[in-house]
Design a protein around this ligand. Structure first.
Ligand SMILES: NC(=O)c1ccc[n+]([C@@H]2O[C@H](COP(=O)([O-])OP(=O)(O)OC[C@H]3O[C@@H](n4cnc5c(N)ncnc54)[C@H](O)[C@@H]3O)[C@@H](O)[C@H]2O)c1
Ligand SMILES: Nc1ncnc2c1ncn2[C@@H]1O[C@H](COP(=O)(O)OP(=O)(O)OP(=O)(O)O)[C@@H](O)[C@H]1O
Length: 295
C-alpha cells in the first residue's frame, strides 16, 4: 500500500504526530510519499533522516495512492484538496489544529484511525466542487487551481463601500445584491463562511449550492438554495476598480465589470469516512449540538 502525506506547517506538536504516523506505517509496510516542501521542513527539523519519494503540485498524484493524509486543520485540508484535484485519491485529515471540522482524526487516536485505512475498512464521502472562470481572462486565477471545495466568494477590496453583485442563474436575472460580498457555497462549505453569514447547513451528499449574501443592505435578501447543476454568472461593480474573489483560502483581485461564471466541476474530491465517524457525529461534536443540558 502507498500513501501520500501533506502538511503546511511545522510546530512543536508536529513531532509526536509524525512519529506516530511513521512508526505505524513502517510497522505495516506502507510506502510513504511526502509533499516536497513538507519533507524539507521535516529534514530541517531533523525529524526524519531517511530519503523518501516526493510529490508536489507540479508532479500531481495518481490513483496508485490509497489515501492522501493531511496533517493540520481545515485550512490544510483545503490545500490538500488542491493537490488531490481530479486524481480520485481520497483525503483523510489528522486534526493538529483547532476546530477540525473536515480534519476528523484526533491526534491522540492516530493508530486506531489509520488501522481502518490498512484494513480498507472505510467509506468515501464525495464532495462537490465549484469552478470559476473569468471573462476577460484574469491571470490572477490560475488555470489548474480554478476550483473550490468550500466556496467562491466575491467581496469588497480597499474600501468600506458596498459592492453591487448582479447575479444570473442559468442566464436568468436573479438579483443585484448591495452588500459586502456574496458567497457561493458547496454543501461542504455550508458549515464554513456561509454559515457565519446566516446560510443553512447542507449535508455533504445534497445536490445543491447555497448563495449567501455578506451583510446585504437590501434587508430582504436571504440565503438561497439552488440545484447544483445551475450555472451562476456574476458581474460586480463598485466605487473601487477592483474587488476580491476567493476560492477557499486563495484570493485574487478582479477588475469590475468582468463576468464570473461559477459551476460545479466535473470531478469530485473524495473524503475518507471512518466507520462511525459520520457527518452528523461531526456536527454534534464540533458544533456542540450535544451540549444541551437537557440531553
Ligand atoms: N467569517 C467566517 O466564518 C469566515 C471568513 C473567511 C473565511 N472563512 C472560512 O475559512 C476558509 C478558509 O480557511 P483558512 O484556514 O484560510 O481561514 P482561517 O484560518 O480564518 O480559518 C477559518 C475557520 O473556518 C473553519 N472552516 C473551514 N472550512 C470549514 C468547513 N467546511 N466547515 C466548518 N468549518 C470550516 C476552520 O476550521 C477555521 O476555524 C474559507 O473557505 C471559509 O469557509 C470563514
Ligand atoms: N503540521 C502541523 N503540525 C502541528 N500543528 C499543526 C500543523 N498544521 C497545522 N497545525 C496547527 O493547526 C492550526 C490550524 O491549521 P490550519 O491553517 O490547517 O487550519 P484552520 O483553517 O485554522 O482550521 P482549524 O480551525 O481546524 O484549526 C495551526 O495554527 C497549528 O496550530
Amino acid at each position: 500500500m502507498k500513501v501520500a502525506i501533506y502538511g503546511q506547517y511545522y510546530q512543536n506538536s508536529t513531532e509526536p504526530i509524525i512519529k506516530d504516523i511513521f512508526v505505524f506505517f513502517n510497522n505495516n509496510n506502507v510506502e510513504m510519499v511526502i509533499e516536497e516542501n513538507f519533507l524539507k521542513m521535516l529534514y530541517e527539523k531533523e525529524l526524519i533522516k531517511k530519503e523518501y519519494k516526493t510529490f508536489s503540485a507540479k508532479t500531481k498524484l495518481d490513483n496508485s495512492f490509497e489515501i492522501l493524509l493531511s496533517i493540520g486543520g481545515d485550512g490544510t485540508i483545503l490545500r490538500a484538496a488542491s493537490l488531490a484535484r481530479n486524481s480520485g485519491v481520497p483525503i483523510l485529515g489528522i486534526n493538529a489544529g483547532r476546530l477540525g471540522f473536515l480534519a476528523t482524526v484526533p491526534k491522540e487516536s492516530i493508530d486506531s484511525f489509520l488501522q481502518f485505512v490498512i484494513d480498507k475498512n472505510y467509506s468515501i464521502s464525495e464532495r462537490t466542487l465549484l469552478s470559476l472562470t473569468c471573462e476577460p481572462k484574469s491571470e490572477a486565477i490560475e488555470d489548474d487551481l480554478n476550483f473550490a471545495m468550500n466556496e467562491v466568494t466575491v467581496s469588497r477590496k480597499d474600501t468600506t463601500s458596498m459592492i453591487t453583485v448582479e447575479t444570473y442563474l442559468n442566464n436568468e436575472y436573479l438579483n443585484s445584491y448591495w452588500a459586502d460580498g456574496l458567497i457561493l457555497s458547496t454543501p461542504t462549505g455550508s458549515t464554513g463562511y456561509s454559515l457565519s453569514c446566516g446560510g443553512p447547513i447542507l449535508t455533504p451528499d445534497v445536490k445543491s449550492l447555497v448563495i449567501t449574501p455578506i451583510a446585504p443592505h437590501n434587508l430582504n435578501a436571504r440565503p438561497l438554495v439552488i440545484p447544483d447543476d445551475t450555472e451562476i454568472k456574476l458581474r460586480v461593480s463598485g466605487r473601487e476598480d477592483q474587488y476580491l474573489v476567493s476560492l477557499d483560502s486563495r484570493i485574487a483581485s478582479i477588475k469590475n465589470e468582468s463576468v464570473l461564471t461559477i459551476k460545479k466541476t466535473d470531478f469530485k474530491i473524495k473524503m475518507v469516512e471512518i466507520p462511525g465517524e459520520t457527518f452528523l457525529k461531526t456536527l454534534r461534536k464540533k458544533m456542540l449540538w450535544g451540549e444541551d443540558k437537557r440531553n
